[in-house]
Design a protein around this ligand. Structure first.
Ligand code: ING
Length: 309
């Protein structure tokens, strides 16, 4: 039977290094007001939605690094967001830097239901970039310095009337991300991303090529696992560093059904039916009928390439 849902990507424009969490949360709650006016049921905010993309900065003082992290969620700065969403009966995905009570640092996202309850947590598994200052790069991308790889795998949760999963940014480039959730029946993958408009190691790679790789990765993940994907950017120029936009909503046929037009705070909305995931899951991507796992061993037994003799 139909399972209609109005979903939105709540794209964030740039967050400058000096911007307070309170100021950022006000922008996010303004986007929630727009979502409420558009009768949206579920909103996907972005990766590291509360701060500037701080992994671009080389820091050596751990106290300074930790100042970019949240020690609890919700907290004083974010409670207004949880309260407004619950008042509107809107569920949401929120990305933030998590510092756990026992001192672990993750690039985290949470799934919050219509009543403001955190029903799921995900910690970014695929960390791009590097851990030491790299003089060869036009700019730094120090996620491997500031975060640990996620330790929760790629779970899915029954919420919002369907089966929802999450990932973060670079995860969207790896087919394993979607497939592990696809093998759990995922019907909507929520993800946020902060992606530089230029390649710090390849000066001639323009933003159009990078937007192409972004769309390709998300559309493929959606189609090959018969799931909706809502991908939300933080974008625009942060302290001189451009991030691209291109927030989008893809359907289980891999088609883009909504896409952002700006590099600012922008809400894009789509009316979907979670039941539209069924046909491909029961035909072309009926995993139990078609997959031949006896030939897939390398995917989990190998990390890197092993060349032939
Ligand atoms: N950002 C980028 C991303 O994966 C990147 C890093 C860009 C890696 C382009 C490779 C190519 O979208 C984050 N935050 O992962």
């Amino acid at each position: 039977m139909p399972r209609p849902l109005r979903v939105a990507a709540a794209q964030s424009g740039p967050i400058q290094r000096a911007e307070s969490r309170q100021a950022v949360v006000k922008r996010l709650t303004d986007l929630l007001d727009q979502a409420h006016a558009a009768k949206v049921d579920f909103v996907v905010f972005t990766e590291l939605a509360l701060t500037t993309f701080f992994p671009r900065w080389y820091m050596t003082d751990q106290a300074e690094v930790d100042s970019w992290f949240e020690r609890e969620m919700p907290n004083a700065a974010t409670r207004p967001l949880f309260e407004k969403a619950a008042a509107y009966k809107i569920g949401f995905y929120l990305g933030y830097a998590e510092l756990t009570p026992d001192g672990h640092h993750y690039n985290t996202a949470i799934l919050v239901d219509r009543d403001g309850r955190i029903v799921g947590k995900y910690r970014k598994v695929h960390l791009p970039g590097h851990s030491e200052f790299d003089n060869e790069r036009a700019f730094q991308h120090l996620e491997k310095r500031y975060f640990e790889p996620g330790n929760l795998g790629f779970p899915v949760w029954r919420t919002m009337g369907g089966i929802f999963g999450m990932c973060v940014c670079n995860d969207r480039r790896w087919p394993e991300t979607y497939r592990v959730m696809g093998l759990q029946g995922v019907e909507l993958v929520a993800l946020g991303y902060n992606t530089p408009s230029t390649n710090s190691q390849k000066a001639d790679e323009g933003v159009e090529k990078r937007l192409f790789h972004h769309r390709l990765s998300v559309q493929a993940g959606a189609y090959q696992n018969a799931t909706f994907v809502v991908a939300t950017a933080k974008c625009g120029v942060e302290d001189g560093h451009p991030l691209f936009g291109g927030s989008l909503i893809a359907n289980p046929d891999g088609e883009i059904i909504a896409e952002a037009r700006t590099e600012d705070d922008e809400l894009i909305v789509a009316a979907i039916d979670l039941d539209d995931t069924r046909f491909n899951k029961e035909t072309i991507f009926d995993f139990k009928r078609h997959r031949r796992t006896e030939h897939y061993g390398r995917i989990t037994s190998q990390v890197g390439v092993e060349l032939p003799k």
